[in-house]
Design a protein around this ligand. Structure first.
Ligand SMILES: O=C(CO)COP(=O)(O)O
Length: 131
């Protein structure tokens, strides 16, 4: 599966901890991330990650474009709901495209925990039927 990993600044340590905990599962998949998130995760875990631009510089939009091209199967996005983001329209657009194309998107650690277990249990087989 192709998985996008994104975290706002105050959630970056949380996504690093999450990816450390689930490195064994994540390394079986093709990973993408926004710029700074991807660097933090690859430094901490050694996972191979294709890094897009940083979020405020277009990274969310690049991931949205992958969704529109049917090139993304899951988005794990640790959002910070308490801090205004300069690129809020880009974030909304990414979430909107996930809805347009029925791509699973989780926006917090609780959702990510459930989704990674679902992934490991093979519940993403339905995505292959979409192709
Ligand atoms: O801003 C982001 C998502 O909206 C994340 O971008 P970075 O991973 O580059 O910090």
């Amino acid at each position: 599966m192709k998985i996008a990993l994104i975290a706002h600044d105050k959630k970056k340590q949380d996504i690093v901890n999450f990816t450390i905990a689930y490195t064994e599962i994540l390394k079986q998949h093709t990973l993408f991330a926004t710029g700074t998130t991807g660097k933090r995760i690859s430094d901490a875990t050694g996972l191979e990650i294709h890094r897009f631009q940083s979020g405020p510089l277009g990274g969310d939009q690049q991931i949205g474009a992958r969704i529109a091209d049917n090139e993304m199967d899951l988005v794990i996005f640790f959002r910070d709901p308490l801090t205004a983001q300069p690129h809020e329209p880009d974030i909304s657009a990414l979430m909107r495209l996930s809805d347009v194309y029925q791509i699973p998107l989780v926006t917090n650690l609780g959702g990510a925990e459930v989704m990674i277990r679902a992934l490991d249990a093979g519940f993403f087989d339905w995505r292959k039927l979409q192709d």
